[in-house]
Design a protein around this ligand. Structure first.
Ligand code: LLP
Length: 446
């Protein structure tokens, strides 16, 4: 168990984050509750900016909003001077509602609709990362009709296997993302993009996967794309000046995870790029990074209220909490492992092995399999760590569970940034056909 950021165990043996105790947080905001350590998010943003500043004279860091996207988060990212990577009209709308400067927005995604592209052009986002030929045509059409030049990057699929879970790998040959390098599709896309009067091709982008610990994949991607920039120059004469390497840096969830630091990651990529551009005889392009998880993941903690307990002697003890796969689908989707502690018994010895179950009606709704914790009783508060990325953003209303609230904590204060959904929210968009009203013939009489 590693405590990160401002999380600590106070003198009463209770978990505190941002100077606020878990019991105070659950008393004020209820459970389940996503708690975000604001100080740590800001530190992580600064670590990225500092790392690129140390190693590169020109670079952009754009936070991948998909990891955790709310108005307050967009505002924080703006304050910290990062750009923002969005992947849908909804994320773009959130960013613009928060007043995020459009010029610092990168728009990713493999199937942007005409409406989404129009929104992006209307907002004049800084970069659109074009993923496929249909998008290239749509975007030229929209930009031309508005007589507005748009800066684009092309998403390239570099054919690299990142060592991570199958579902979060993205750069390999058999991938739905981007223009494939191996078969010449990427070069065809470059030629086509260069012919579009309203599209200004600035560079290329790739993203090899997520939750990555080994830097070799990044080094390889850097070389592959730099070689491609050299080929583009040789074959078309165009010198593309931007190289976006996506996100993916891994974080600690549980024992066995061995993350590398932001500084190591940026240092390795910058070093590789510098050496390889020399070999290829092209100038060093501006490097772009799109970190998501490494900025917010470790800053989040979910607080659950412990409920029922089921002991099967000789087999297993299940302890259920008041959330589960609806607020965190990651264990069910990817088999992700988490670490946790009992917030109100943080100093007690972990002398019991239990399995933490969620409350959804599925056997697969297990949050943590076989974890050693102090004896759990109904009413205890379970804190599950590294909950800042891809949890709130992937939460659902499965079983008609209302989505939890999100609070930022800092210096002894807690700020509500997303209200807990109400029961009324759950039926807000539901409609009973008007034709049914008063129509007795529809009622089955038994
Ligand atoms: N850029 C692009 C183009 C991406 O597709 C992603 C993540 C990122 C940046 C940010 O990657 P990060 O630094 O957060 O690893 N739901 C999965 C993760 C999916 C990641 C999708 N793309 C999970 O919960 O592990």
């Amino acid at each position: 168990m590693q405590l990160t950021g401002t999380a600590r165990i106070n003198n009463q043996g209770e978990l505190e984050i941002g100077g606020v105790t878990a019991s105070e947080l659950v008393a004020r905001f209820g459970t389940p509750l996503y708690v975000m350590d604001e100080e740590l998010i800001r530190e992580n943003c600064r670590a990225w900016r500092a790392a690129v500043k140390t190693h590169l004279s020109r670079a952009d860091v754009v936070y991948a909003a998909k990891a955790f996207c709310t108005l307050a988060m967009c505002r924080l990212v703006e304050q910290e001077g990062l750009g923002l990577d969005v992947v849908s009209g909804g994320e773009l709308y959130t960013a613009s509602s928060a007043g995020f400067p459009a010029g610092r927005i990168y728009f990713n995604g493999n199937n942007k609709s005409r409406e989404e592209l129009e929104l992006a052009v209307n907002h004049r986002v800084g970069r659109i990362i074009v993923d496929n030929f249909l998008e290239l045509e749509l975007l030229e059409d929209i930009a031309a009709s508005q007589q507005r030049e748009m800066n684009i990057l092309l998403r390239v699929s570099p054919g690299i296997e990142a060592h991570t879970h199958e579902y979060v790998k993205t750069g390999q040959l058999d991938s739905k993302f981007g223009f494939t390098l191996e078969n010449g599709q990427a070069m065809t896309a470059v030629r086509k993009a260069l012919r579009q009067p309203y599209l200004k091709l600035r560079g290329v982008q790739c993203h090899i996967g997520s939750q990555i610990f080994a830097l070799d994949g990044y080094r390889e991607a850097t070389r592959v794309l730099i070689r491609f920039l050299r080929d583009v120059k040789q074959e078309t004469g165009a010198l593309l000046d931007e190289l976006d390497l996506g996100g993916g840096l891994g974080v600690y969830y549980s024992e066995g995870d061995t993350p590398v630091s932001v500084a190591q990651c940026v240092g390795a990529i910058a070093g590789e790029a510098r050496t390889y551009v020399e070999e290829m005889g092209i100038p060093l392009p501006k490097l772009v990074f799109e970190p998501g998880r490494s900025i917010v993941g470790p800053a989040g903690t979910v607080l659950y209220r412990v409920g029922a307990r089921k002991e099967i002697p000789g087999v297993r003890t299940y302890v259920a909490v008041d959330g589960g796969m609806a607020d965190n689908p990651r264990p069910a989707l990817y088999g992700s492992r988490y670490s946790a502690l009992v917030a109100n018994k943080a100093n007690k010895p972990s002398n019991e092995q239990v399995t933490i179950a969620g409350k959804c009606c599925e056997s697969g709704d297990i949050l943590i399999q076989d974890i050693n914790l102090p004896h759990l009783e109904a009413g205890d508060i379970l804190a599950v760590f590294t909950a800042g990325a891809y949890q709130y953003s992937m939460a659902s209303n499965y079983n008609r569970l209302a989505r939890p609230a999100v609070v930022f904590v800092r210096a002894g204060e807690a700020y509500l940034v997303v209200k807990r959904e109400s029961m009324a929210d759950l039926v807000r968009n539901d409609i009973i056909p008007a034709e049914w009203t008063g129509n007795e013939s529809l009622r089955v009489v038994r």
